[in-house]
Design a protein around this ligand. Sequence first.
Ligand code: GAL
Length: 353
Amino acid sequence: MNNNFLSGLGIVLLCESAVAVPAGTTIDGGNTIHKTDVITPGAKWKDLEGKEIQAHGGGILHYKGVYYWYGEDKADGYLNYIGVSCYSSKDLVHWDHVSTALPSQSMPAEYGAKGILERPKVIFNSKTDKFVMWMHLDHPGYSHSVAGVAISDSPQGPFKYLGELSPIQGSTYRDMNLYKDRNGAAYAIFSGDNNASLYAVELNADYTNVKTPMIEGTTWAQIVPNESREAPAPFYYNGHYYLLSSGTSGWAPNAAECYEAPHILGPWHSIGNPFVGKESNTTFNSQSTFVLPVAKHPGCFIYMGDRWNPGNLADSRYIWLPFKVHKDGTFHIHWRDSWSLSLFNHWTSPVKE
Ligand code: GAL
């Protein structure tokens, strides 16, 4: 394979001959076209049609060998003008825009083009065979701050909006994530109490509401009290739950902090900022949104962050970086100008999915 590719995604490459090849591919001496597998954090990332990917504050569902990336489509601006986008890929590098999985028009007007829909996440419920989406819904000024729930029979949607709720009575619901545990129990993890504290709340059997009766310490917990953390991104490895988070400075990046616990409901304790090197105090100019386990490489993960561009939110970029959790449970995340998914083969031998 010829390594003469330029900075990876979205760039048309010309190597040994003057033959134009599609974005995301490279060409060798024999003019054979190969797909590249390079991720360039912070570069414009285009879908298979050549349009910039719009999946901000997003997350990934891995279902039947396909990755589905859901996120905020901000092509038309800050408010929920368009809806939740869905892209699919088999290799995590080349993404097909499959749908607007939850179109803005299918939402109540207050959360449609006049409202705010942020950080949508999707998990699959194998008992009901439904795909379940949770999101943060709000009014401009973040004066309402509730959870929204939608379901679909297929990953690409269209998702049907079911309604809104406040998982913890009296608490706001803002930056959020979903976490499906190994026993099938699922949790909403979110920033509550006007972003003062992070909460985890177990969902009911069909994942469309909270599990009742709610019992503190058993079905829900204030997992990181009074530390003003948001952008929670949970993951699990080898008996340890981890939770990446950001500080609360709006679109401006800040230092990450990671927490670790023996159970999703805690007790959680800080293990500090895992980002190292230049600009690690701004999480390499990004804010966490998701951590993706690499299915074939246990212990290997991809950090997914948003590099928000407040002046032009549509042009916010994606910071994806690989990392490996060591046997002793420690890990660090380093900056890379570009990296290839084959890196994981150097870290661990692939296992069957
Ligand atoms: C951040 C949050 C983003 C968005 C932004 C608006 O704190 O993580 O998702 O809500 O504020 O300023």
